[in-house]
Design a protein around this ligand. Structure first.
Ligand SMILES: Cc1cc2nc3c(=O)[nH]c(=O)nc-3n(C[C@H](O)[C@H](O)[C@H](O)COP(=O)(O)OP(=O)(O)OC[C@H]3O[C@@H](n4cnc5c(N)ncnc54)[C@H](O)[C@@H]3O)c2cc1C
Length: 397
């Protein structure tokens, strides 16, 4: 076996989802020679499945009181908007904003149960009640009898964010073959997707491989931190939909009963993407049962929606996070350093910026003597992952 091309870097990042890419961009801005390794395509893990909502904490305050989760995300909408306007830590002016706001609605049958919540001080500070004129088009319908609020939570097309971050730093991203990482004598060797071999010397390695972190930790001889997976069964529908919708339906519990986001597919058709409690509970259902449940939920919550032309699909996807007792959702992002290894999970796409700042802070504190030469071999770069609604084989029903 040939030794491969030797490359010395300050920081090696493994995993090209939103977490790794945001970290790469920030470390390069700070002057560190940094390379990111991606085994599939950029965004291929959870990121391309994200609904793209930059939560400001309202979703987590649905019980009417502020939780640790809602506090951690409170500043994220402003931070992401600054980036979108070209005035933030990263330039996301080429990313696609799908909606300025996410909305929250209750049906008339739910309103009495949640009216205390809507009136609460916590919610008044973060939401704006809408009337018939200011409501999104779907909720202007005569049959809509509930309440609707606008949340200060922008919604982004997740893959357009991936592209906006990756393009300027693309030369530093290497496409490697899955499972080709070998760690030996403090060096990491990989096989690139074009079969070239590379040997990396690094001062720090950052693991942002989502679900892949567990295996990487074991390759590096570490048992901690432990990871948890929280599965979802999301639903997509298309056909005859005219409105783009970005809204949670409130049901008076911690989780929204349903969360709808929308995209245009490659043919320009509107696709609705459904998450929330429907997707959490859906893991116990077959694909066909989940579609039936989604149809029933929409029929009850948006009875004026014509479903007759809709085509449906389900989508199984895990959220990968640091392990919590009882597999509870972590309150915020997770970053931990053990020697040369930094392991990170953002927990939410929205939290990637503050996760990356924490990694940068750790690395700055180390006062590394930086590698001076900035040259990298011209190597094979990964593609961008496709969006699930553009994959025809998923549309079965
Ligand atoms: C259905 C769904 C909806 C969501 N909606 C939202 C939302 O609206 N708002 C929000 O803020 N968050 C949302 N999230 C959470 C958000 O998507 C994740 O927190 C975020 O995308 C995680 O990013 P990541 O970069 O850590 O991981 P990933 O996106 O999973 O990226 C990991 C990358 O590492 C690569 N990789 C894995 N192993 C290796 C290896 N050995 N070598 C090299 N590369 C490797 C993978 O190919 C992948 O590209 C949602 C999550 C899901 C599942």
């Amino acid at each position: 076996m040939t030794a491969g091309t030797s490359v010395s870097v300050d920081v090696l990042i493994v995993g090209g989802g939103i977490a790794g890419l945001w970290t790469l961009a920030r470390l390069k801005q700070a002057g560190y020679k940094t390379v990111l390794l991606e085994a599939e395509s950029l965004g291929a893990g959870q990121t391309r499945f994200a609904q793209g909502i930059i939560h400001g904490g309202t979703k987590y305050a649905l019980t009417g009181k502020l939780t640790a989760s809602s506090e951690a995300v409170a500043d994220m909408p402003a931070l992401w908007r600054a980036c979108l306007n070209g005035k933030g830590v990263l330039d996301l002016s080429r990313a696609m904003l799908l909606s300025e706001a996410h909305y929250l609605w209750s049906t008339s049958s739910l309103t009495s149960r949640v009216s205390g919540f809507f009136a609460s001080k916590v919610m008044r500070a973060r939401t704006n009640e809408l009337d018939e004129k200011t409501s999104p088009a779907l909720f202007k319908h005569a049959d809509f009898k509930g309440q609707i609020y606008a949340l200060d939570e922008p919604v982004f097309d997740a893959m357009s964010v991936v592209q906006a971050i990756a393009e300027p730093v693309g030369k530093s991203i290497l496409a490697i073959k899955a499972d080709s990482i070998k760690y030996n004598n403090d060096r990491l060797s990989v096989k690139a997707q074009d079969d070239q071999r590379y040997e990396f010397d690094f001062k720090k390695i950052v693991l942002t491989a989502g679900q892949g972190n567990e295996k990487l930790l074991s390759e590096l001889g570490l048992r901690q931190p432990e990871m948890q997976l929280r599965p979802l069964k999301m639903v997509m529908l298309r056909g005859g939909l005219t409105e783009m919708v970005f809204a949670h339906c409130m049901a008076g519990s911690v989780n929204p009963r349903i969360t709808i986001t929308s995209n245009h597919d490659e043919k320009g058709e509107v696709v609705w993407y459904l998450g929330g409690q429907l997707a959490e509970d859906g893991i116990a259902r077959s694909d066909a049962e989940q579609v039936l449940q989604a149809k029933a939920e929409l029929a009850e919550l948006i009875p004026w929606l014509d479903q007759s032309k809709c085509q449906w699909a389900t989508l199984d996807i895990n959220r990968a996070e640091v392990k919590k007792p009882g597999t509870k959702r972590p309150d915020t992002f997770y970053v931990e350093q053990q020697g040369k290894v930094i392991t990170a999970w953002p927990t939410k796409m929205a939290l990637s910026p503050i996760m990356a700042e924490r990694i940068l802070e750790i690395i700055n504190n180390e006062k590394l003597s930086c590698v001076n030469d900035d040259e990298l071999p011209s190597w094979v770069h990964p593609e961008y992952a496709s969006l699930p609604w553009n994959e025809e084989s998923r549309w079965l029903m």
